[in-house]
Design a protein around this ligand. Structure first.
Ligand SMILES: *Cc1c(COP(=O)(O)O)cnc(C)c1O
Length: 492
């Protein structure tokens, strides 16, 4: 017998036979309704268009990284085999997103694409004012230009690098108030992105008038991609309302965060993902957003808020640097791609695959004895370079050393998140970051399980010879966001 299709049966030889006049045959497998739980993670899509990968030899990679001053950001992407530098703007767009792009209307003002974008955002984040920007940091720059300034302090669970840079560029202080569990790479707390509510309450009790907004980054990118619980978000919201301080979300990975709430938080397992997202948004007064993350955009972002006066100031700045308020630095087609991407971002089949496949990489490395931040986060696996390279001092950049080795050995590009990224202080001094991590960020819907199996092999091989990896010193350092353009040399 073959596969049943209505009343026909397709035989395994491909022939069809009509069963209309025959006795209905029901194979025994259909007698019970048990769902089989197969372990293989199935990508909930198939490939429609392919991009070639470019193979290199180890000698070529050594030459390339030396020429780059040992900074993986300086590499030509052509010379990278598996690019895990970031999940930002690197995801694969869907057939429906490419189709939406054809609907892009490039009218300067009031394009239908803008109205579809605005409606798509408000469907999940019902803020009064939606202000489109070309990416997340543009939203941050505009907001902190208005609300920041010397003497102000902005708390966050953990500021992302561009957020910290924009807060500090305004003259304000960026303060991280993560729970203690979140700074311990091996602690298995289910919501390691949570804000320390007592610390927040304490800060606002003494300095509420210096705090222009409280931020919460979901998921906590710089702290291991760890989620924030709904209970914690409610707690932050309650404290902010009590002190009359606006509460903003840095919501780049809102859908992955909602999936973790759905999976891990008591009482949330039956809820729709979009419904969880809407509740999270309702607890806040505004948000900054990079559409290059969960919404599957290759570019884009937005700033949103309920406060009319604040929105007016932000729109005026937007016109100065980004564009008219109905496109904000984006083409109409980009607005369309994001509007469609937002619908796909909250689909449970996608999110299940997304989170499980990231965990697949992290758990395989953990099982192979490679120190990784546990539990595995949403968009990335974070290698603990401090634990893997104990012979390299924090200010000789163990994460940088590990990132170079991953490229040299296997053509994998990863991103240091440690003392290179966060070591330079606003007063000019240098001090070690809380953790020395190397982030393997997984672009959305882009790599298959065999790519990831290869990554597991390469990381394991590098880990096996970790004790021979050198520290690095910087030979060129720019004044801000130094990790992007610094140059190094190995300490031999
Ligand atoms: C990416 C990111 C940003 C900045 O967004 P860009 O689009 O890269 O400018 C801000 N916050 C977090 C948490 C991010 O991951």
């Amino acid at each position: 017998m073959g596969v049943r299709r209505g009343r026909n049966v397709i035989g395994f030889d491909g022939s069809m036979c009509d069963l209309s006049h025959k006795v209905r045959y029901v194979p025994s497998i259909y007698h019970h309704k048990m769902e089989y739980n197969f372990r293989t993670i199935i990508e909930p899509f198939r490939i429609h268009s392919v991009e070639p990968l470019h193979m290199t030899t180890r000698d070529q990679r050594i030459g390339a990284i030396e020429e780059c001053g040992f900074n993986v950001f300086n590499l030509h992407a052509q010379d990278v085999l598996i690019d895990l530098l970031t999940d930002s703007g690197t995801g694969a767009m869907s057939r429906d997103q490419w189709a939406a792009i054809q609907h892009g209307d490039e009218s300067y003002a009031g394009s239908p694409s803008w109205f579809r974008f605005e409606a798509g955002v408000k469907e999940l984040f019902a803020f009064e004012h939606i202000i489109p920007t070309h990416q997340g940091r543009a939203a941050e720059k505009i907001l902190f230009s208005v609300i920041g300034g010397p003497g102000k302090v902005v708390p966050n669970n953990t500021h992302f690098d561009t957020t910290r840079a924009n807060v500090e560029a305004s003259g304000a202080e960026a303060l991280d108030l993560l729970i203690a569990e979140g700074r311990d790479p091996s602690n298995l707390h289910p919501f390691k992105g949570n804000m320390d509510l007592d610390a927040l309450d304490g800060l606002l009790a003494t300095r509420a008038s210096d705090v222009p907004a409280v931020f919460l980054t979901i998921t906590n990118n710089s702290g291991g991609g760890q989620p924030v619980s709904l209970a914690n978000i409610r707690g932050v919201s309650e404290i902010c309302r009590r002190y009359g301080v606006p509460f903003f979300l840095d919501a780049c990975r809102f859908a992955e965060n909602a999936w973790f709430i759905h999976e891990r938080e008591p009482g949330q397992g039956e809820r729709d993902i979009a419904d969880i997202v809407r509740e999270v948004a309702s607890l806040a007064d505004g948000m900054t957003m990079s559409a290059k993350k969960d919404p599957f955009g290759n570019i884009g972002g937005w700033l949103a808020m309920n406060d009319d006066a604040l929105a007016e100031k932000c729109r005026n700045l937007l016109i100065l640097t980004e564009g008219f308020p109905t496109y904000g630095g984006l083409a109409g087609r980009d607005l369309e791609a994001i509007a469609q991407g937002l619908k796909e971002a909250v689909q449970p089949d996608y999110l299940r695959y997304r989170i499980q496949s990231t965990a697949y990489l992290g758990e395989a490395l953990h099982a192979a004895g490679v120190p990784v931040v546990m539990p595995i986060g949403g968009h990335a696996v974070y290698l603990d370079a401090k634990a893997l390279l104990p012979h390299v001092a924090p200010l000789e950049y163990p994460g940088q050393s590990l990132a170079v080795a991953l490229y040299e050995v296997g053509g994998i590009r990863a991103c240091e998140i440690g003392s290179v990224m966060f070591g330079r202080q606003p007063d000019g001094s240098e001090k070690p970051a809380a953790m020395e991590l190397v982030r393997l960020a997984i672009p959305r819907r882009t790599y298959t399980q065999s790519h990831i199996d290869y990554v597991i092999e390469v990381v394991s091989a590098v880990a096996a010879r970790a004790s021979s990896l050198p520290g690095y010193r910087m030979v060129y350092e720019p004044t801000t966001l130094r990790h992007f353009t610094a140059r190094y040399e190995p300490i031999v």
